[in-house]
Design a protein. Structure first.
Length: 63
């Protein structure tokens, strides 16, 4: 798995924890964490798909 995807997944997990803590304390700042969670999950998904497509293109080009 690409390194950037792993970093984005780590940000996803941390943003989810921060959102839960924020909402548990009664703060609406958790909405910002939810938005960050969405962006970072899309980034992770992009890099995972990009690596998969690059691998498939490399295999089909050699074969």
């Amino acid at each position: 798995m690409p390194r950037l995807a792993l970093y984005a997944i780590a940000v996803c997990v941390l943003a989810a924890v921060a959102a839960v803590v924020s909402f548990a304390q009664g703060s609406w700042l958790g909405i910002v964490w939810i938005l960050l969670l969405g962006v970072s999950s899309n980034i992770a998904w992009y890099y995972v798909r990009k690596a998969k497509n690059d691998r498939a293109a490399k295999e089909s080009g050699q074969g």
